[in-house]
Design a protein around this ligand. Structure first.
Ligand SMILES: Cc1cc2nc3c(=O)[nH]c(=O)nc-3n(C[C@H](O)[C@H](O)[C@H](O)COP(=O)(O)OP(=O)(O)OC[C@H]3O[C@@H](n4cnc5c(N)ncnc54)[C@H](O)[C@@H]3O)c2cc1C
Ligand SMILES: *[C@@H]1O[C@H](CO)[C@@H](O)[C@H](O)[C@H]1NC(C)=O
Ligand SMILES: *[C@@H]1O[C@H](CO)[C@@H](O)[C@H](O)[C@H]1NC(C)=O
Ligand SMILES: *[C@@H]1O[C@H](CO)[C@@H](O)[C@H](O)[C@H]1NC(C)=O
Ligand SMILES: *[C@@H]1O[C@H](CO)[C@@H](O)[C@H](O)[C@H]1NC(C)=O
Ligand SMILES: *[C@@H]1O[C@H](CO)[C@@H](O)[C@H](O)[C@H]1NC(C)=O
Ligand SMILES: *[C@@H]1O[C@H](CO)[C@@H](O)[C@H](O)[C@H]1NC(C)=O
Ligand SMILES: *[C@@H]1O[C@H](CO)[C@@H](O)[C@H](O)[C@H]1NC(C)=O
Ligand SMILES: *[C@@H]1O[C@H](CO)[C@@H](O)[C@H](O)[C@H]1NC(C)=O
Ligand SMILES: *[C@@H]1O[C@H](CO)[C@@H](O)[C@H](O)[C@H]1NC(C)=O
Length: 504
């Protein structure tokens, strides 16, 4: 062989090997550690794990960045009490006396039934859903003549809003919910009407009607199963429902890996791999990613999905989505000066719609009934307030309640920064917002594409639920769907692999 021939031969050999290597690289370049890798141990991830487990697919691993499971269900200690800084309500719990039906919220079933034999039976209270139901809500408006806040019977305005809103969702040819409301002659031209609109719309969707698209809002409008809901005040934490679901996994330590920061996900035609901070790479035959829309948007912006690219439809669906902002502010006062019989006290603000519009006497349901209230804000106000210092928030809250209740005795309002607590989910890199809603950029096709798998990577989490987006039961159903799809698909494959647990 002369030099030239030899070069040519080596070159062909190189081409051959690079082709073979490339082929096998795209199939699966690494050994797999599990059949399924589940990214995130919130409601969707834990549910997916449970479903796989119950169908005999035991080789899975759940990778969770935080030191606890639960995700956006999380309790923290505040003034000696466990309070829920994320999800707090089980929408439509038929109550301790109510009858049950197939239509019940599955989370209610988890919280009540001894389904997984760990006796969770959550404590809490039954309340009627906000607005609409004057027997559980007080609406206060500023009476200019009396120069103070007074309670109003808003039942007629509420009925008017609800009727027009229902029509708005059926009105074709509109884009925003605001346009639909306008077309049906709903005019929020007084602070009281604005407040009722806020209580009915913004309080649920964490966005204004102006910012929400009619079509998806109509699909999503049965987020509530009915008129009642259940506030969880259990001192074991709401997340004990999820802990219960995985309590009898056996080799639990091995399957649920907390403090595991996934820094990229790689898609191949025959496996899904992930880089874990400080631990190297892990691979599975399938993957289920349950990260919030906020996290997925951040991942796309930072090219953290590697290997086979995500489809343009998937990228569009994620980037067109939006995380709503919903800030829960807990405040402890020296004494109760609010009405603990009303589940919600709403009050108008004539200069700013959505400025601290609601107070809930949450302490009344905690052990010993401490004087703790919950004030919630949404959207732009949530954003504004989350940028203030705690002292500034304290001053605003105190000023508002002083006016609502016409308090002259300042010692009733004397609190320190330690008496106030809120959790800003939007700055936590593992959430980047509170829950998904229905922005005008998003279409029904986008919403369907959100939940489509990309090869072997399945997408799950609250945002993937069209009917129940933004809720725990939406996340639960979506986790169940992703696991069920994988079970169906994996049945066709004979997996003779040794999934000993190791990290490469
Ligand atoms: C303030 C607030 C109030 C709410 N109120 C209610 C309510 O009353 N009722 C209701 O039904 N719903 C409510 N929700 C919504 C509900 O909490 C969520 O819809 C649900 O918990 C979402 O579950 P998930 O599994 O889809 O997502 P998550 O709970 O966000 O789970 C995703 C998991 O992925 C993890 N993760 C993210 N990035 C990484 C990474 N790089 N590596 C590893 N792990 C990662 C996260 O830590 C998280 O644990 C509320 C939400 C908030 C924030
Ligand atoms: C409020 O007004 C409605 C009708 O306008 C009436 O049916 C209802 O009884 C009133 N509620 C109270 C608590 O007065
Ligand atoms: C609105 O459009 C949908 C299809 O997009 C159609 O099914 C429905 O009948 C229309 N409703 C009205 C009131 O025209
Ligand atoms: C919604 O948009 C209208 C104009 O269409 C504006 O007058 C109003 O202030 C906006 N409301 C909110 C709550 O953003
Ligand atoms: C939630 O409550 C449980 C039970 O009291 C406790 O073990 C856990 O540490 C709490 N979570 C946080 C984040 O404080
Ligand atoms: C998680 O990993 C990202 C890199 O993807 C890094 O920027 C971040 O600081 C890590 N967070 C923690 C808590 O380790
Ligand atoms: C407290 O709220 C309840 C329930 O809404 C109401 O019946 C009662 O009149 C209120 N009491 C006061 C003092 O406002
Ligand atoms: C109404 O909102 C303004 C901010 O726009 C605030 O300064 C004022 O204190 C609020 N009033 C009440 C009673 O909430
Ligand atoms: C003010 O409230 C405090 C605490 O409730 C009480 O001890 C005090 O007597 C009140 N002062 C006046 C002047 O009412
Ligand atoms: C799986 O691999 C482990 C470690 O490599 C080995 O000890 C074990 O015997 C293997 N099991 C089977 C069934 O091959």
């Amino acid at each position: 062989m002369d030099i030239d021939m030899e070069h040519r031969f080596l070159f062909l050999l190189f081409l051959f090997f690079s082709f073979v290597l490339k082929e096998s690289a795209s199939k699966c370049p690494y050994r797999t550690d599990a059949e399924v890798l589940i990214f995130g141990a919130g409601t969707a991830g834990v549910t997916a794990a449970r479903v796989l487990n119950d169908h005999g697919l035991n080789s899975f691993k759940v990778l969770e960045a935080h030191d606890k499971i639960g995700g956006r269900i999380r309790n923290i200690t505040f003034k000696g009490f466990q309070i829920e800084v994320g999800a707090n309500w089980i929408h439509e719990a038929p109550g301790n006396t109510g009858s049950r039906s197939d239509n019940d919220n599955p989370i209610w079933t988890l919280a009540r039934d001894n389904q997984y034999r760990c006796d969770v039976d959550l404590e809490g209270v039954d309340v009627l859903i906000s607005g609409g139901f004057t027997e559980s809500s007080i609406f206060m408006d500023f009476n200019n003549q009396a120069q103070q806040y007074e309670t109003f019977n808003t039942s007629e305005i509420e009925m008017d809003y609800i009727a027009k809103y229902k029509e708005a969702l059926k009105t074709n040819g509109t884009n925003t919910v605001r346009q639909g409301l306008n077309m049906n002659n709903w005019r929020p031209d007084s602070p009281l009407k604005q407040l009722i609109e806020w209580s009915e719309f913004d309080f649920t969707y964490a966005a204004t009607p102006n910012e929400s698209v009619v079509s998806l809002t109509a699909e999503n409008d049965n987020v509530n199963f009915g008129e009642r809901c259940f506030i969880v005040t259990d001192q074991r934490g709401f997340a004990s429902v999820l802990r219960c679901m995985i309590a009898n996994f056996g080799d639990h330590q091995d399957k649920i890996l907390t403090n595991t920061n996934v820094t990229s996900i790689e898609l191949y035609s025959e496996c899904v791999c992930a880089e874990v901070m400080g631990q190297g790479r892990m691979c599975g035959d399938y993957g289920i990613v349950t990260f919030s829309i906020g996290v997925l948007q951040n991942w796309i912006a930072n090219n953290k999905f590697k290997g086979t690219s995500l489809s343009p439809a998937k990228i569009r669906a994620i980037t067109n989505s939006r995380m709503g902002l919903y800030l829960k502010i807990f405040v402890k006062f020296p004494n109760v000066f609010w009405n603990i019989s009303a589940s919600y006290t709403y009050a108008t603000n004539s200069t700013k719609r959505g400025y601290y519009p609601v107070l809930q006497p949450i302490g009344a349901s905690l052990p010993g009934s401490p004087p703790i209230v919950l004030m919630s804000v949404t959207g732009d106000e949530a954003m504004r307030i989350s940028h203030l210092s705690k002292g500034e928030v304290r001053q605003e809250v105190v000023a508002v309640l002083r006016q609502w209740y016409n308090i002259e005795n300042e010692s009733l309002l004397t609190i320190t920064n330690d008496d106030i607590e809120y959790h800003d989910w939007s700055t936590d890199e593992f959430f980047l917002g509170m829950f998904s809603n229905n922005p005008t950029t998003l279409t029904i096709d986008d919403k369907r594409n959100l939940a489509m798998p990309e090869g072997r990577l399945y997408f799950s989490g609250e945002a993937n639920s069209i009917e129940h987006g933004g809720t725990i039961h939406g996340a639960y159903c979506s986790g169940m769907d992703a696991a069920t799809e994988i079970l169906k698909r994996a049945q066709g494959e004979i997996l003779h692999k040794n999934y000993s647990s190791y990290m490469v």
